[in-house]
Design a binder for this molecule. Structure first.
Ligand code: KIV
Ligand code: ZN
Length: 385
């Protein structure tokens, strides 16, 4: 099994979601949960961006012991200094510095030539290396950058001392085939590639972030950057829980392990949702309310006979409690009877049939029949033992 490092950026890129603003206490609570979840690296914030962010990163660096703590820095000395001041107390201080490398970003945003960008990147990495042993260098908008230019700037960054090279799909434009091929190409062509870790960082604008991240690790990336519940700029980042569970459930094909404590996934998801106020869509993979809910009679019957008929992930794997079968208009007799028995009713076949007919009429009127409805219905039918 190949080890894939999980670099969690919930507290940095995730917090860059519109409408999210976490205070220091909330950030510490999330960081502690990420540590329990077993992520390799926590990107705790962007210290130069505000005094509040600096303080949060600093407190997290003091508190967290079992995950590496890092902070984001533009490729400028003052940002790198801010990260150093914030995380120097950590056991393994780490800095994540970046500069944009795509033509559109260099021309319009940075207003710099490619040569100037390389120079600035090298200077920043060299400067960071004087303080930090772990230096991650990111080529912002890497996926839309010229490949030969990426080879050049990455080779220079490695020579300057970078220990991790991150190639983000900043705007979520890549397809899995292309993103995977880019990693293969860079690993084969960058000078010193065998001495560093390569990292994938995907955004979800086309709904490809998780697939792209997995394509990257299949093509040699050693680390994936992701967020709990996939929160992040615009459509968000690759969802940590989906990557972690996909690599685990399909380890037969991927042959990789993340070191995540998957039982902490549900708790992590709920905590981030509660503190950020970002509601999880019900059909969200792994952590959505309906991720393990079976509604149709055919599925319910199958699951009651053997959960694996319709469940590829056991709810317990991700720390989810028992999920009762949904009682709605698509439900079958098997689920109805199962629930009645679990509620303590012992019903003859005749009584089950009668109550089930009434249940179906009620289910046609209501979206979901609750246990309270069931008690009323069974009592009304005078089938209560
Ligand atoms: O998406 C991105 O390019 C980023 C960088 C700062 C790594 O978040
Ligand atoms: Zn990002």
């Amino acid at each position: 099994m190949r080890k894939i490092d999980i670099f969690d950026t919930t507290l940095r890129d995730g917090e860059q979601s519109a409408g999210i603003n976490l205070n220091t206490a909330e950030k510490i609570e999330i960081a502690k949960q990420l540590e329990r979840l077993g992520v390799t690296i926590i990107e705790a914030g962007f210290p130069a961006s505000s005094p509040g962010d600096f303080e949060a990163v600093h407190q997290i660096a003091k508190t967290v012991k079992n995950s590496i703590v890092t902070g984001l820095a533009r490729a400028v000395k003052s940002d790198i200094d801010a990260v150093w001041d914030a995380v120097r107390v950590a056991e393994q201080p780490h800095v994540h510095t970046f500069i944009a490398t795509s033509p559109i970003h260099m021309v319009y945003k940075l207003k710099k030539s490619p040569d100037q960008v390389v120079e600035q990147a090298v200077e920043a990495v060299k400067y960071a290396k004087q303080k930090f042993s772990l230096v991650e260098f990111s080529c912002e908008d890497g996926f839309r950058s010229d490949r030969e230019f990426l080879v050049r700037i990455i080779s220079e960054a490695i020579k300057a001392g970078a220990t991790t090279i991150n190639v983000p799909d900043t705007v979520g434009y890549a397809s899995p085939e292309e993103y995977g091929a880019l990693f293969r190409f860079l690993k084969e062509n960058c000078i010193g590639a065998d001495r560093v870790k390569f990292s994938a960082h995907c955004h979800d604008d086309l709904g490809m972030a998780v697939a792209n991240s997995i394509a990257a690790v299949q093509n040699g990336a050693d680390q994936v950057e992701c967020t709990i519940n996939g929160i992040g700029e615009r459509a968000g980042n690759a969802a940590l829980e989906e990557i972690g569970v996909a690599l685990h459930i399909r380890k037969d094909i991927y042959q990789m392990e993340t070191g995540l404590n998957l039982k902490e996934i549900k708790r992590s998801s709920q905590l981030v949702s509660r503190l950020t106020g970002v509601v999880i869509q019900p059909n969200k993979a792994v952590v959505g309310k309906n991720a393990f809910a079976h509604e149709s009679g055919i599925h319910q019957d199958g699951v009651l006979k053997n959960p694996e008929t319709y469940e590829i992930i056991s709810p317990a794997l991700v720390g989810e409690g028992e999920v009762p079968l949904v009682l709605g208009k698509h439900s079958g007799r098997a689920a109805f009877r199962d629930r009645a028995v679990k509620m303590g009713y012992e019903l003859s076949e005749e009584k089950i049939n009668k109550a089930f007919q009434e249940f179906k009429k009620l289910a046609d009127r209501k979206k979901e029949v609750t246990e309270e409805d069931l008690v009323t219905l069974l009592t009304e039918q005078q089938v209560l033992v």
